[in-house]
Structure formats: structure tokens, C-alpha cells
Ligand binder design. Structure first.
Ligand SMILES: [Zn+2]
Length: 64
């Protein structure tokens, strides 16, 4: 069973889903208490991604 994690781009703000096993991210929170992904980048603009959380969990950011 593979969990997917939702990641959001710091540059353009889009969110993408990646298998959790494919992600490497900082071991301590950085920007706004989020962990930044260190091995993958935004598919749209190449910007830095941060981890929002597991897909399907209650999002911890505001969508409005
Ligand atoms: Zn982007």
C-alpha cells in the first residue's frame, strides 16, 4: 500500500500528488512550519515544493 503525499509549490501555488516513497524532504520544518521537498520540484514551474500532508487527510492549509 503506497501513500501519496500532497505537495504545494512555493512559486506558483499548485499542488501535486507524489508517492510518499519517492519523496525526500527536510527533517525539520522550514518555511511556515512546512517541510520542503529536496528531491522533486514543481512540474509546472520548477519551483520548490513543500509537503502539505497525506492525500485524503484533512488539509492543514486554508483553501479559501
Ligand atoms: Zn510551481
Amino acid at each position: 500500500m503506497s501513500d501519496e503525499m500532497e505537495c504545494m509549490c512555493l512559486e506558483c501555488g499548485i499542488s501535486s500528488h507524489f508517492p510518499a516513497v519517492d519523496l525526500s524532504f527536510d527533517t525539520f520544518p522550514g518555511f511556515a512550519g512546512k517541510r520542503t521537498v529536496t528531491n522533486l520540484f514543481c512540474p509546472q514551474c520548477g519551483g520548490v515544493l513543500f509537503v502539505v500532508g497525506l492525500v485524503g487527510e484533512e488539509p492543514c492549509y486554508r483553501t479559501g
